[in-house]
Design a protein around this ligand. Structure first.
Ligand code: HEM
Length: 156
């Protein structure tokens, strides 16, 4: 079968999805910080709860799926070739930095899941964390993103 989309297009779409994903992860804990600091039942709380829910549904969910889909497509190109070889030879074609990046993106995905489940608790009215905690949490994806991008571009 011929290629449905080419490598460079997949790379571009991967980066676009990653931009949306990381921006969403940077924003979501900020919304939680606003909810936490706002008056219970007030206008700001209602607006921020709605914004957080929409962000999760419209931006974060789809961009997680697309970043992984295009990322795994790019990954599959490492494995192309003769499938009758032993598995360790097939996996030997994967550059070493990729395993470090995989750890980082699994961590980001776990962080995403954590934020989603905390968001449900917050929507129910639970306030287990401080505003400061959520502000600190919103810095994490940026630091991880710097490491993930440099691994992918410097290919150390
Ligand atoms: C979600 C799971 C992810 C998978 C499976 C994945 C996998 C990949 C693969 C296999 C490539 C091709 C690298 C090459 O040129 O050989 C790639 C490219 C790239 N990835 Fe990811 N990635 C993921 C998430 C991310 C994230 C979260 C970021 C940034 C925060 C990121 C940033 C990049 C960049 C900038 C490139 C282009 C590198 C280049 O072509 O020079 N990726 N990704």
């Amino acid at each position: 079968m011929d290629h449905v989309i080419g490598y460079d297009l997949a790379r571009g779409l991967h980066i676009i999805a990653v931009i949306a994903w990381i921006s969403g992860l940077l924003m979501l804990p900020r919304f939680y910080a606003y909810v936490t600091s706002s008056q219970a039942g007030g206008e700001l709380e209602t607006a921020m709860l709605k914004a957080a829910k929409n962000l999760r549904l419209i931006i974060l969910g789809p961009s997680l799926v697309l970043a992984w889909t295009f990322g795994l497509f790019l990954f599959a190109t490492y494995l192309a070739g003769d499938w009758t070889r032993p598995l360790n030879e097939v996996l030997g074609q994967v550059p070493h930095w990729f395993w470090g990046k995989l750890l980082l993106v699994l961590g980001l995905s776990g962080y995403h899941g954590y934020l989603t489940s905390e968001g449900r608790r917050i929507a129910k009215g639970e306030r287990r964390r401080t505003e400061k905690f959520w502000r600190l949490m919103s810095e994490i994806p940026f630091i991880v993103a710097i490491a993930a991008v440099l691994l992918a571009t410097l290919e150390p």
